[in-house]
Structure formats: C-alpha cells, structure tokens
Design a protein around this ligand. Structure first.
Ligand code: CO
Length: 466
C-alpha cells in the first residue's frame, strides 16, 4: 500500500564510522546539528556502535557528554543509537546489571530509539537489552543481521522477526552491514516481515556493492517504512545511500517523504568542508566493491587482511585467505559477518592459510566461539572442526550472560576513586584501559590535546562497518 516513507539520517554515527574511522569530533557534529534538526528526519542515528569507544580512545572526549550536547542541539528529532545486544558498545558479553544500567543511562541522557542486534542473531543475546529499553520507556528496535547463506532463507529471517516482536520489539530493522541484499531479495524479505509481524520496518544498508539504493526502492514498494541514509557529503562507498537522492527519487509519488531538499543542501556544503579535516582517516573508495558480492566479505575486512598480510610478507596469499573465509564461516554455522564475528572468522581464516593447516592453531576467540560463549550460531558448527579446536571441552548451551556474575559493584571497588558519575563507571567496565587514562586525564585537569586529530595510525584502525 502507498505510504509516506520516513528517513533516518546516519551522518553522525554510521557514516563517519564507515568513511572516517569514527573520528568525527563533537564540535563538528554540533556545527550542523541545529540545521539537521530542522530537516524533518524521522530520526537520527547519533550514538553507539564504535562512537563510544572512539570518543575516549582517539578524541579524548566523553561519549556521554557528546550525547547530552547533541540532545540539546536537536530537541525536535528522535535520537537513536546502535547497541550490540549483550555486548552493548563493547566487544564481549557484559552481565545483566551492566546492561540495565547502560540502557537506563543512555535513555536518561537523551536516546529515544535503541536498535538492538546480535552478531549471531541469537535472540537470547538481545533479550535483556530489549527488556531494559522497554522499562526505560524508549522505543525498542529489534534488529536482524542480514547475510546470505544456505541456512538464511526469507522464512528463517521472518520467523526470527516474529520472535523479536513477541519479545517486545516496537519495530524491526534489517541490518545489511555488508551491503549484500539484492533488490528483489529486499522486496521479498520486507513483504514477509511485514506480513509476519505487522511492525514498521526500517532498512539499514551499506552502499558497498552499489545495490543499496536499488534495494531501498524495492523495499519501499514492499512496504518498508523508514530508510537509513546519510548526507551526500558522507554517503555512498561503505556508508549509507545518499539521502538527497532517495528523497528526490520518491518526490511526487505516494511514498513522498515531504522533506525539502533546500534544507539539506547548506548542511551538505558545510559537511564537505568538515570532511576535509579528516583526510588522514578518509580511506573511502569512490568505486563500488564487487568483491563483497563474490566473497560476501565486507570491505573493511579485506583492508584488514591486506594490512596483516603485508606485515607477514604474504600478500600473494590474499586470494587463498578470501577463499578460506566462507569455509571457516561454514565450519562455524554460518554466522553473519559483523562485529565481533567478522573479526573471529577473519582472524581464523588468516591463521588457517598462514599456518598451512586448517585449525592447527586457533585464536582464543575461535575457541570461545566453539565453546558456545557467543551464543547459538545460525546452524550447528562442524563437529570435526570443533573437536580439533576445543577437544572434549564442554560447551555452553544456556544464554551466555547467565554465567556472568554482576559486575557493577566490583568495578566500583576497582576504579571508585576516579568515578564522578554513574556513566563514568560504565565507560570503565567496557573499556578499562582506555577509560582509566581518560578519567585520570580529566581528574588531572589536562586540557584536550591536539594529537587527537591524528591520534592512532591511519589504516590500522577498526573499520568494520556495523
Ligand atoms: Co551500518
């Protein structure tokens, strides 16, 4: 049925995470935030994902302060964030008391919509964060990590979204982090989810393969309600489709967004100037990446392989590594490739090739994966490979976080002296080393340092497009 399509702008989170290694500073966000607030976006994704880590690690900024400042600068627009289920904005599972506290503080500091996903699509890993979000009165967006594999059918995904609805999701997001959803596949999937759940559907695609805007058009025809897009100054490549293009494409149709492009063009001009400041981190390739279609490997993962193979003087083995990735993925029960599974599969594929024998050595993460510590994979793991990696070690079948004792009180004891707010404690729990340095600097009254702009080494940072 014809319906007005809504736009979620991702410029302040995913766009610069995908194109500028998550380096955009708060002052540059605030420079355009008031104008963004006037555009009429349904929502803006401004927080979560890698921005939390990057704020402290590279920018010497308090991520909570960033959120509060954005909230103040944008009173009209709903703010949304990306949450990695039980991993929150970190890279491992945290105990339930930390999940409850984090969600409470995120909503308390200004978040309206929380998009919750899990790399393995194990609903048990989303459960606690969904309950907490509901309790705090925010919008719960249940999210599926999209991938192609022999076990990921339309019916499989539709069933999964029905589970998320039953768990309390207010809307569903299709998260296509690698940009591999085909336009007609998007049509079928959106239709199936709408039929199965009756919930609003939001599309989140990366432009990597060049198919995303076509996928959006077909998704709209199938009833998709909201499209994630970025401002033209930070769109395309491994970022989202361009919002001006999508808005124009729907103008005059029954899907018309009602957004006036004239309100966006001055913002785009300003953002183009701002982007130049981050040239040292701007690795965006203006061409589409056909590798992602052939290997289903996100662009960021390939650049990681290249840098690691260069260090081992083994660049000539890149094709072997790329071919090993789908095999490792099969052994592991076809996990979608997104943080942290993309790193687990990638590192193991690299080891398998460089060691000359598959699973001769396994990373700690691969061992934990086979032990079930990340949750249940989409399909059972390969028994023979599992035996090779962890022997007869017992595997976990319960929800992994059920094994974690409460963490808040313990952390308070460890870092109490540096803590000024409950938010500080959460920073420490998720990033102990980074947060400790940050909190110490703050207490010592150190001013923001200039190395921030070039902090970290370009090309050696986590580029995973999530
Ligand atoms: Co993304």
């Amino acid at each position: 049925m014809p319906h007005q399509v809504k736009i979620c702008d991702t410029t302040f989170r995913d766009a610069h995470q995908s194109l500028l290694a998550t380096r955009m500073k708060t002052e540059d966000i605030l420079a355009v935030a008031p104008a963004m607030d006037e555009v009429g976006f349904y929502s803006m994704e401004v927080w979560g994902g890698a921005t939390f880590d990057s704020c402290m690690r590279f920018l010497n900024e308090d991520p909570w302060e960033r959120l509060r400042l954005i909230r103040k600068a944008m009173p009209k627009t709903k703010l949304q964030m990306l949450l990695r289920g039980q991993n929150l904005v970190g890279y491992r599972h945290y105990a339930d008391d930390v999940v409850d506290e984090f969600v409470k503080r995120a909503v308390g500091n200004g978040i309206d919509i929380i998009r919750i996903f899990d790399a393995l699509n194990d609903p048990r890993n989303l459960e606690r964060a969904m309950i907490a979000t509901k309790r705090e009165g925010a919008h719960v967006q249940g999210c599926i990590s999209y991938t192609n594999s022999p076990v990921h059918s339309i019916a499989h995904f539709a069933e999964l979204t029905a589970t998320l609805r039953d768990m309390g999701a207010d809307s569903i997001c299709i998260k296509d982090m690698a940009g591999i959803i085909y336009p007609y596949g998007a049509y079928e999937l959106v239709r199936a989810i709408k039929e199965k759940t009756g919930l609003p559907v939001q599309m989140h695609c990366h432009y990597t393969s060049g198919m995303a805007s076509m996928a959006y058009m077909k998704a709209v025809e199938a009833g998709a309600d909201i499209l994630d897009c970025a401002n033209s100054a930070l769109a395309l490549s491994s970022s989202q489709p361009c919002e001006e293009t999508m808005i124009a494409s729907l103008t005059g149709t029954s899907f018309d967004t009602g957004i006036d492009l004239a309100k966006i063009s001055p913002i785009a001009e300003e953002l183009k100037t701002i982007r130049k400041k981050y040239a040292a981190f701007d690795n965006a390739d203006p061409r589409v990446d056909p590798n992602v279609l052939q290997y289903q490997i996100p662009g960021g993962m390939i650049s990681n392989f290249i840098s690691q193979l260069e260090q081992s003087n083994a660049m000539h083995r890149l094709n072997e590594v790329l071919a090993e990735v789908p095999r490792v993925r099969k052994d592991m029960g076809y996990p979608p490739l997104v943080t942290p599974s993309s790193q687990i599969v990638g590192s193991q594929a690299l080891l398998n090739v460089l060691q000359g024998e598959r699973y001769k050595m396994a990373t700690k993460e691969t061992q934990n994966y086979f032990k079930g510590e990340y949750g249940a994979p989409p399909s059972p793991v390969d028994i023979e490979m599992k035996q090779k990696v962890i022997g007869s070690t017992e595997t976990i079948t319960c929800r992994p976080a059920d094994l974690l004792p409460p963490m808040l009180a313990e952390a308070q004891k460890e870092i109490g002296a540096w803590i000024e707010t409950p938010e500080d404690l959460l920073m420490y729990i998720m990033f102990p080393q980074v947060a400790k340095t940050f909190l110490e600097n703050r207490m010592a009254g150190k001013t923001r340092v200039e190395y921030n702009m070039v902090g970290g080494e370009p090309g050696k940072v986590n580029y995973c497009p999530i």
